[in-house]
Design a protein around this ligand. Structure first.
Ligand SMILES: NC(=O)c1ccc[n+]([C@@H]2O[C@H](COP(=O)([O-])OP(=O)(O)OC[C@H]3O[C@@H](n4cnc5c(N)ncnc54)[C@H](OP(=O)(O)O)[C@@H]3O)[C@@H](O)[C@H]2O)c1
Length: 316
């Protein structure tokens, strides 16, 4: 074990980082060992990671010193930030900057930064197709990540830029799944019209990231999206219908209606779905399914994900 190269993993008890740790540790003959970063080394999730053989260390993306210590002696790092924990683009940018600086200080050889598009490159602030949010963003949780990509490059950190897709787990945990209407029938409500949206099983992001670390330096500087399948809302509803054994309709509300749903971040997500809808090719070309599968042969499509997870989707 001592000769294994250490990959420090931010958000290790979460969706992306957890998948990363599991991918590393499940390849027992592989070249890497995971160092799982968590704010609470005593949590049940942290103990589960330790049981897989990961080294578990305390760190917080808001605390630069803790990151410097956590990255010291490592070969690489998986860097992810947590927009939905605080809903602050500025804080997300600061966390990412802390991660980049710690990576530089530790002299890491390969870093994956889990970023997203700065949508303002396609929808400038004066474009009123979608409202400007918080004074200077179109899709705050995308833009905040994309706008700090240059920090990794400017510092000379050898970085691969990974772009995740819509997690299908949002149908389980994020309230995005089919809901019963007044007449009792289920409907999947997404403001994506007839566009195909890139989706992914959250755990597979870590699998693809592992493929990126295995390929190594040849992928430094590249932007790589990870998707299991590109599907329209109607296609997702049809697959949900078959998997659940109950009819699920697709309810293609306009983005302005979705933005008005009133839950925290509804406007941000309304703009995000509109970006997926209006810039379908931009989003899907980079989130190439064949390339994702070449990095991670176990990549799931939506039906495979449903066969494993359908009983976890709350149908209220
Ligand atoms: N949902 C989607 O469809 C989707 C798609 C693409 C991208 N994303 C992006 O994914 C990011 C979140 O990643 P995720 O889904 O893997 O997160 P997650 O599952 O919500 O996990 C968050 C983990 O991060 C840790 N965490 C929270 N605040 C932290 C802090 N200040 N310092 C250190 N760790 C902290 C927590 O671990 P501890 O408590 O153990 O520290 C928690 O387990 C978001 O920025 C989001 O925009 C989401």
């Amino acid at each position: 074990m001592a000769d294994k190269k250490i990959i420090a993993v931010a958000g290790a008890t979460g969706a992306q980082g957890g998948g990363m740790v599991r991918a590393i540790q499940s390849d027992s003959g592989g070249p890497f060992r995971a160092r799982a970063l968590t704010r609470d080394v005593n949590s049940d999730k942290a103990k589960e990671l330790a049981a897989l053989g990961a080294e578990v260390v305390a760190a917080d993306v808001d605390d630069s010193k803790s990151l410097e210590q956590a990255f010291a002696g490592a070969y690489g790092a998986y860097c992810v930030t947590f927009y939905w924990a605080h809903l602050s683009p500025e804080r997300e940018g600061a966390s990412a900057t802390n991660l980049a600086r710690a990576a530089k200080a530790a002299g890491l050889r390969h870093v994956i930064w889990s970023t997203l598009e700065d949508t303002r490159k396609w929808v400038p602030l004066n474009d009123d197709r979608m409202p400007t949010l918080m004074g200077k963003y179109k899709v705050p949780h995308f833009d905040a990540k994309g706008e700090v990509d240059h920090v990794f490059s400017d510092l000379g950190v050898p970085t691969t830029f990974l772009l995740a897709s819509f997690y299908w787990e949002n149908f389980i945990f994020f309230g995005a799944g089919p809901k019963k209407g007044a007449d009792g029938t289920l409907a999947l409500t997404l403001p994506i019209g007839g566009a195909k949206m890139a989706g992914v099983a959250a755990d597979d992001i870590g699998g693809a990231a592992y493929g990126i670390f295995k390929k190594g330096p040849e992928l430094v500087g590249q932007r790589i999206g990870v998707a299991g399948e590109h599907l329209t809302g109607a296609e997702m509803a049809a697959k949900l219908t078959r998997a659940l054994g109950k009819p699920v309709a697709f309810n293609a509300v306009p983005p302005e209606v979705y933005r008005g749903f009133g839950f925290p971040g509804a406007d941000d997500l309304g703009n995000m779905f509109q970006f997926y809808r209006d810039f379908e090719k931009v989003c899907n070309d980079i989130r190439d399914v064949a390339r994702s599968r070449s990095l991670y042969p176990g990549l799931q499509g939506f039906e495979q994900w449903l066969s494993r997870n359908k009983s976890r989707i709350p149908l209220e």
